[in-house]
Ligand binder design. Sequence first.
Ligand code: PEP
Ligand code: MN
Length: 355
Amino acid sequence: MKLESILLPGVDPKRPLVIAGPCSAETEEQVMNTAHQLAADGIKIMRAGIWKPRTKPGGFEGVGSEGLGWLKKVKQETGMYVSTEVATQKHVYEALKYGVDMLWIGARTTANPFAVQEIAEALQGVDIPVLVKNPVNPDLELWIGALERLSNVGLTRLGAIHRGFSSYDKKIYRNLPQWHIPIELKRRYPDLPIICDPSHIGGKRDLILPLSQQAMDLNFEGLIIETHCNPDEAWSDASQQVTPTRLKEILSALIIRDVKQTTEDLSELRQQIDELDNQLLELLAKRMRVSCEIGTFKKEHNLTIVQTNRYDEILHTRIAQAEEMGMNPEFMRVVLEAIHEESVRQQVDIMNNKV
Ligand code: PEP
Ligand code: MN
C-alpha cells in the first residue's frame, strides 16, 4: 500500500491530530455554534455526520445534503477544514460538490466490501484524505481489505479510525477497544496513521479522556471526538458527546509522551522481555509435548479429547491464581482458552493419526 500524509495545509503536524464536531449535523444553528467555539479553541478539522446509518428505521437518519451547505459555511466563516462520513457513491459526489476536505467510511460500511468498492471507484482521482473506520466486527483483514480497495484505485492519503468492536458485553464500553487489533494494523503498516475514536468506543463522556490517553500512549496519531454545543440535547449519541469547553480540558490534560527517547532508554528492559518471552515459548512447547502424550494415552484407551470437568477445574484454579498475582482474570481466561485450543488441535491430530 503506497501511503502519503493525511495532513492538511496549516494543520499542526504534532500528535494528536484532532478532528472534533457533532455526531450529526442537526440544524444550521447547532453546526455554526459548535464550529465557532471549536475554531476559537484552535481546532482545525471539524466532523459532522450528514447521513447517519442507524440500526433501526425511524431514528434520526441525518439531514442529508442540506447539511453540506452548513459545512461549507463553516469553512467560509471559520477557516476550519470539514469532514463527513460517506456510505454510497452519491454521498461521495455530494460531499465533493460542497468542498468537504476529508471523508471517512463508517464502521457498518467497512464491513461491506461491495459498498467500499463503489466508494473507492467514486473516489478515483480525488486527492483528499480518506479515513476508514474499523468494521463493527473484530476482523482486521476486513479492515485492511477496505483500505486496499481504496489503495487499488490510486488513493494514497489514507488513514484508519479505531472505533472499537461490537459486543454483547456492554458493561464498560459501548464498543470493545480490543487494542491488539489496531496495534497489529500499525505493526503491518507503520506509515498508516491511526486516529482513535474514544467517543464511539466509550459511549460515555467520562471515558473520553482515559481512552484518548491510552491511544496517545500507544502512539496513535490522532483523535476524533464528538463535540456538540449542547450535548444533552443531541439528536444522536447524546451520552458520548462533550462540549467544546470540555474538549479543550480533555486535550490539555493529555500527556503526550515522546517516542524516540523512551525507545533508547528501554533497551535493557526490552532484553529482559525478550528473554522472558523465550522462556514462555519453551514452557509452552514443553506443555504441548506433555499434552501430546496425554493425547496418545487417550487414543490408546479410547477416551474423548475434551474432558469438561478437568478443563473447568484448570480454568477456575488458574484464573483465581492469576488474579492473586495481580493479573486480570479475563486476560488469563483468554490465554488459557488459546492454550487449550492449540492443545486440543494437537490431540485431534494424534487421534487421526496425522502425527
Ligand atoms: C459516527 O462517527 O458518528 C459513526 C456513525 O460512527 P461509527 O461508524 O463508528 O459507528
Ligand atoms: Mn456518533
